[in-house]
Unconditional design. Sequence first.
Length: 123
Amino acid sequence: MRALIVDDSRAMRLLMGRLLANLDIAVVEVGNGREALDVMESAGPFDLALVDWNMPVMDGLAFVLEVRQDRRFDEMAIMMVTTESEEAQVQRAISAGASEYLMKPFSPQLFAQKLENLGLAIR
Ligand SMILES: [Mg+2]
């Protein structure tokens, strides 16, 4: 199991990285959607991407739209992890192809629950 963290906040990357490490999930971190696409190109598909909405260069929504046009990444679950909490925003992300939505701030319990919702094989 391999996850890609896409967030311009180093603190958030650290936090999510720790939570995933506790679940024995290997992690690669990047700071925006463009870097994420580059890593996916060079390192192959990930099982899961945890994606911030507001980022420089390429934001989370643009990233999701781009990824969902590429059949190679059909199997990758995408969870938006963001402070954008309006229902309309959530719907936009889901319509774009996000699999799950998690609002910041969140508890480790909710984080784990959302991963379970995705049906990912977590020990
Ligand atoms: Mg951000």
